[in-house]
Ligand binder design. Structure first.
Ligand code: MN3
Length: 266
């Protein structure tokens, strides 16, 4: 009887203690998680705002290292518009170079962040992260917005272009003008601005419109590399000829996908 009387009490005490322990360890875990998130050393952070959780699926950190995303076609697949040798050097030397430099920089500086986070918060990192992180992001997009044989815009992207620029011709003219006028090395962009407008602009070097320090901002839908390494072997100094040929290899389905993604990114 005595045993029977005490047993429930003991079990009850044990239960209470266990519940307290669970609550306590949960509080400690949550506290640690928040501190890690604030310090920016936890995994991909959960943040809010316009320039968040967007874009390149290949841009995640894999085993602590950034990797060159696969080229979605052969080096010669964009011929005769963009030549095989330029594509091969551009991808295997230039883009790979940005990836290698970025990996070295994040390791040296003990940085743990996704490519999107590095790009969006460029002002908070060393200059090399801005250049090489931007280089990696920009080229990862560049390969995807091109395809063998090109395409024509249709559906929502077509009406969005017409709504913002009156016609595709007009859009191409304005985009080409931004690409031609970018002095030295850089990129021309079609972006969706925070207010939901489509806009054309350009950035110097490997800057990206997602960067907090960029004068031209928005979510990139289409980007054109106007560094000389992108065209000099075939077009020499004639950047205008390169831009004209580039229109023949645009993957408008990808641009439409980028727009849908930008619109869903509230
Ligand atoms: Mn390039």
């Amino acid at each position: 009887m005595l045993f029977c009387y005490h047993t429930p009490k003991v079990i009850n005490n044990l239960k209470i203690k266990t519940m307290n322990e669970i609550a306590s360890s949960r509080r400690t875990f949550l506290k640690k998680s928040s501190l890690l998130a604030i310090a920016g050393i936890a995994g991909p952070s959960v943040s809010s705002g316009f320039f968040t959780s967007h874009s390149m699926p290949e841009s995640e950190v894999v085993d602590g290292e950034f990797t060159l995303p696969p080229l979605p076609y052969a080096y010669d697949a964009l011929e005769p518009h963009l030549d095989k040798l330029t594509m091969e050097i551009h991808y295997t030397k230039h883009h790979q170079g940005y990836v290698n430099n970025l990996n070295k920089l994040v390791q040296e500086n003990n940085i743990h962040a996704t490519l999107d986070e590095l790009v969006k918060n460029a002002s908070k990192y060393p200059e090399g992260v801005r250049n090489n992180g931007g280089g990696h992001w920009n080229h990862s997009m560049f390969w995807k917005v091109m395809r063998p044989g090109g395409s024509s815009p249709s559906g929502k992207i077509s009406s969005a272009i017409a709504g913002a620029f009156e016609s595709l011709d007009n859009f191409q003219e304005k985009f080409a003008s931004a690409a031609s006028k970018r002095f030295g090395s850089g990129w021309a962009w079609l972006v969706r601005t925070p207010s939901g407008k489509l806009e054309i602009g350009s950035t110097p070097n490997q800057d990206n419109p997602l960067m907090d320090l960029s004068a031209f901002r928005g979510i990139p839908l289409l980007g054109l590399d106007v560094w000389e390494h992108a065209y000099y072997l075939k077009f020499y100094n004639k950047r205008g000829d390169y831009i004209r040929e580039w229109w023949n290899v645009i993957n408008w389905d990808q641009v439409a996908e980028n727009l849908a993604l930008a619109e869903s990114n509230k």
